[in-house]
Every structure is written in C-alpha cells, then in structure tokens.
Write a new protein. Sequence first.
Length: 294
Amino acid sequence: MSRAWLVAAMVGVCVSAALGRGSPHADRMIADLRADGFRWNAIDANHELRTMADPPIDALGRALDSEDWQQRQMAADVLWWCIHPPAWAERDAVGEATPRLLEVTVEGLRHDGFPTHWVGEEYTYTYVFNASRGFRMLVLHAHEARGLLEAGLESGDVQQRFLCALALGFGGVGESAPVAAPVLLPHLRDNDIREDAKWVVAALYRFGPAVLPMLREALPGADEQQQSLLQLLILDLTDPPAPGEDPERVGLNKITRTVFDPAVNPPRDDWMGWVGDLRRVAELRGVERAPESD
C-alpha cells in the first residue's frame, strides 16, 4: 500500500466521521430543515441526514424542540429512518423512540403542509409524508404512545383524530378500545371516503375482544355495509377463521374482493392518499372544519 493511498484513505475516514455526529456540517444540515424560503435545501438536507453513516442523533433530538414546524417534522422523519430503517436501506438501526419524538410524531398526524402546500402562489413538494409514515411508526410504538394517541382523539383536526384511533387499533391497544372505537365505527358505513372501511375494519379487529361491546352496540343503527362488517368482526373475534375462504365471511365482506376477510387481512397499500378525503368530506358536509396546523 502506497503512502499516498494510505493518507487519502485516512482523510476519507476522517471526513466521513466529520459529516456525522456533532459536526459543523451536520449542524448546517439540521439548520437547513427549517422553513427558510430557500427551495429544496430542506429536502437535500433531509436526504443527506438519512444516509449519513453516523447520523447526528442527539442534535436531531434537540431539533424536535424547535419552534419551527417544518424543522420539527423533518427532524422526526430523519430519526424514524434511523430507528426503523427500511429493509432496502441495508443499514443498522440507531437511536430510540423518545417521548418527545412520539409527541412530535402525533403532532404530525394533523393536516399540514406535508408533503404539499402553497407558499403564496407557488406550489411546493417536500417528499416527507409525516402523517402516513408517522402513523406507521406509532403503530410500532402504540403502547408507549398510548397517552398521546388517546389525547389526540380529542383533537379538532379530523385527520389527526382518525389516525390516532387507527394507530391504537393497529397497535393492538385493547385498553383504548372504549375511546378509540367511537371514532372509527362511523367509517364502516357506506360513505364518500375511499378505502377508510378497509383500514378501519382491520384496526377494530386488532383491538381484540375488548371492542366487542362497542361493535354490538353499533348494530341497531347501522346501514347495510356497516351492519355486515360489524357482523364479520363479531364473527372473527368470537370464532376465529380457519385458513382458506369461508362462504359466510365472504358474504359479509361488502367492501373488497382482494381478500375474503378484510378484518383479518389488512390493506397492503403503503400509500394513504385517501386520508385527504377525511377533511374534504367533513367540510362538504359542514360537520366540522378542522383548523390549519401551524
């Protein structure tokens, strides 16, 4: 090995380390996560922070306390990529889900400027899906975040309220069924919201037997679709299905032909664009107008 090659390799290692934890470069990247009027710098910084070999976990944790909504949400997004990296990333997990990260993640379930919003007359796109990705991360930590998610059930934001209830269901927090099920049950009805019944029937099933009293109580006032799905849920929870199709369960499934029992087989679609219908339908019906986020 030549001396020049060895020196170059050592410099490379030092530079790589400098780009990670506690470096001026990392601090600048975290600063760029703010809403500062410079186009694309936050997206570039978000991507670079995600892919650092030694991400600045502590500095990102401090950014969760920023007064800037965008910086908080983007820092949370990076931290989740570090804690639960996707399989294709081929990297080790680093960091942990702190109470503050869970709090900021619940905050991000609101209808806000991610991934798209207007700044004056300009349309911006951020590539950060804080509501759908945050929901999935909260499912993994639903028991830890139970208090925050239950508080979110009282939110004035229809999207945040729904996703908190959905996360408690998919997270299997049976103790929360009495407060979360009332938010979810109306979505079993035939309505103008795409996909919601498929997700809700799967979430209610994952509460386990604790949700049975709420299901039975909802039966008398149910429409045709809701009634069949309630009956399917009660059947699944009291007489778990065997492998393979069951004609009785297929007959009760009024919402999809992709699977024979949508309660037992949750949606595989990673895209949750249909969640935007929650706000649209609520406003069209004049039921409520969810406030804008900061």
